[in-house]
Design a binder for this molecule. Structure first.
Ligand code: SF4
Length: 243
């Protein structure tokens, strides 16, 4: 995928490429799983996100308990929602750009603008201690933070020069209180992201996505199309013409 001449990378693309089987990235670029075939957890996450979007923008009645809890949380913490479902395109290097859809951009009561990502979870995230005694929330350390916090070329919501440096994961567990977990922009993480994107771009340039057939296939979303199991076409729709 390219935009303005740059090879474009998303969180999902990186996750597929570095999932343990690079071939998943190729299948991800070519096939979408049909809505009625999505795994229940993924389908639930999509529905909750839509319900939160509807609730925050007032475009629908609040249909899900999770959305009601998020609206209450936003009001209680006096956040001002500046935008939802924000399409984010940001140049990373001269050859690579990043793409993602940011759940929300909000202003805190102190006037700071932050990026927000809603996460549904079976239980609340916890912090873990590293060998050097540092407390980290592992789930908040993924590539998503550096991708979204990379300054875009333009934005209708906030000037690129004032782009936030903090992202907040708002975790909505099945029971218990909503949790707020911060990710702060870091130059070291940006360098890791550049390395990862360069590896993916190189693989795309030479068309090399080796399959890692074996034990990983059992839990792979693309197993049916990859192995062309009988009736596999019922599960996927073409994302773009095969190369
Ligand atoms: S089914 Fe196996 S070989 Fe095919 S993409 Fe998935 S993990 Fe890779």
């Amino acid at each position: 995928m390219t935009k303005n001449g740059r090879f474009t990378v998303s969180k999902s693309a990186l996750e597929k490429f570095f999932s343990g089987c690079a071939f998943r990235y190729k299948l991800y670029r070519e096939w979408n799983m049909k809505d009625d075939k999505l795994p229940p957890a993924l389908k639930n996450g999509i529905e909750v996100h839509q319900a939160i979007e509807d609730a925050l923008t007032g475009t629908g009645s609040i249909t899900r308990e999770e959305a009601k809890r998020v609206v209450n949380w936003v009001e209680k913490n006096e956040y001002t929602i500046l935008g939802t479902e924000v399409r984010h395109w940001a140049p990373l290097t001269n050859e690579i750009a990043l793409f993602g859809i940011i759940d929300a951009i909000a202003e805190t009561p102190s006037g700071e603008v932050v990026l927000i990502d809603w996460k549904t979870a079976s239980s609340q995230w916890t912090a873990s201690r590293t060998a050097d005694g540092k407390l980290v929330t592992i789930n908040a350390q993924s590539w998503q933070g550096p991708i979204y916090l990379t300054r875009p070329e333009s934005s209708d919501i906030i000037a690129p020069s004032a782009w936030p440096t903090r992202m907040q994961y708002i975790v909505i567990p099945k029971s218990g209180a909503i949790g707020v977990w911060d990710y702060e922009a870091s130059e070291a993480d940006t360098q890791q992201l550049i390395s990862a994107c360069n590896l993916l771009k190189h693989a795309a340039d030479i068309g090399s996505f080796p399959k890692n057939k074996g034990w990983q296939c059992g839990r792979c979303d693309f197993k049916r199309v990859c192995w062309e199991s009988p009736g596999w076409e019922k599960f996927y729709e073409e994302r773009k013409p095969k190369k």
